[in-house]
Design a protein around this ligand. Structure first.
Ligand code: PMP
Length: 381
């Protein structure tokens, strides 16, 4: 049975070297980083080493990193903490209509509490225009939230320009970099952000651990109370195994990113060229160049994307329609709708995301099967 994994945007397999680094912290070196004894001190050292590795990788100070359970938690904290800290200054927030639900849903909740949120629509290529963000800002805007790259269509947004604008106006800027950290360069200084979210399982680390960068000096109240961990901002015993894994995964990305990206671009472009040339009516979604090295996203009009994903699954291929988080909702993706795709186009979508271990043979098999399944599903129409 074939087992071709082309859903790296949903999650990446844990690098075996990462798992090896984590292993002792489950057993002989297991300890609570807040304990004063040797085991505790070992755990604390490992924790701070991971923090330093991550901080250096994204151009931050170690004291600006808070470990979390993942990017959903990081996004929630950044949004709710800002609202709490700055509500006296203003209650207006600007974001993109295509953000991840872990940004959109906290913002919808804030709307219930009297905040006003501007949801900026992308251009037809999935790019959020700098001018549209600028035009939406008001004197009472306290926060702008923009993902570095979209998790469905892989489009890379102009975060550097938006960051400068926000800094000039004293507006906090949250960048959800979940899809970019470990894949393309991410530096908090270049982006001029105040918060940055990331998640280890998107860069060959373990699931359930991530981080929130919080720029030194900004107002950000504690988000989980009940302990001194993470400088009092997030209480709770540290997930040492996960944090060690995150640190190791980042270390390997440091070495590997420059090798991975050009390889992935070749594989990705092979998929894109084949689909556009060989599958009638298929279209690519998102900007052709300003996209993640590993992301290809299509619409096949007239085909139900869930049927296509299931047919490929039966052939041993893992792909998705878009976000894993919205699977089963049977609604067209909010990202594709915001780009003004018709329901027919949005429901016929397919996201293919290659990764570090994807081979040319995987792609050959996938493309063969894709062509076959699309033509079979067309006949069933
Ligand atoms: N933001 C983006 C852009 C994502 O792709 C994801 C994961 N799909 C998240 C946030 C949530 O990440 P996590 O799984 O770590 O909560």
């Amino acid at each position: 049975m074939n087992d071709v994994y082309l859903d790296h945007a949903a999650t990446t397999p844990c690098d075996p070297r990462v798992l090896e680094a984590m292993r002792p912290f489950f057993f002989a070196q297991s300890g609570n980083a807040s304990s004063p004894h040797k085991r505790g001190r070992q755990a604390r050292r490992a924790l701070e080493e991971a923090r330093e590795t991550l901080a250096a990788f994204i151009g931050a100070l170690p004291t600006e990193i808070v470990f979390t359970s993942g990017a959903s938690e990081s996004n929630n904290h950044a949004i709710f903490s800002t609202a709490k800290a700055l509500k006296g200054r203003g209650k207006h927030i600007v974001t993109a209509a295509i953000e991840h639900h872990s940004v959109l849903e906290p913002l919808h909740q804030l709307e219930q509490d009297g905040f006003q949120v501007a949801f900026i629509k992308p251009k037809s290529d999935g790019i959020i225009a700098y001018e549209d963000i600028k035009a939406a800002l008001r004197p009472d805007t306290i926060l702008v939230c923009l993902a570095h790259a979209n998790n469905e269509i892989g489009t890379i947004q102009p975060v550097e320009e938006v960051g400068i604008l926000c800094r000039e106006r004293g507006i906090y800027f949250l960048v959800d970099a979940t899809q970019t950290v470990g894949h393309i360069p991410v530096n908090v200084k270049n982006i001029s952000c105040d918060f940055l979210s990331l998640s280890a399982h998107k860069f060959y680390g373990p699931q359930g651990v991530g981080a929130l960068y919080i720029r030194q000096g900004i107002e950000c109240p504690a988000f989980i109370l009940g302990g001194d961990q993470e400088r009092g901002r997030r209480a709770g015993t540290h997930n040492i195994t996960g944090i060690v894994g995150l640190g190791k995964a980042i270390k390997f990305c440091n070495e590997q990113m420059l090798k991975d990206a050009p390889r992935e671009i070749i594989l990705r472009d092979r998929v894109i060229d084949f689909v556009l040339n060989e599958i009638p009516l298929a279209v690519i979604n998102g900007h052709r160049q300003k996209r993640l090295p590993n992301n290809a996203h299509f619409s096949f009009p007239g085909i139900n994307g869930e049927d296509l994903v299931s047919a490929l699954d039966l052939a041993g291929i893992a792909v998705s329609m878009g976000s894993a988080c919205t699977w089963g909702r049977l609604e067209p993706s909010h990202v594709l709708k915001a780009m003004d795709l018709t329901d027919r186009m949005a429901l016929g979508s397919l996201r293919v995301t290659v990764g570090r271990c994807t081979t040319e043979q995987d792609i050959t098999y996938f493309l063969e099967q894709l062509k076959l399944k699309v033509s079979q599903l067309c006949k069933n129409e």
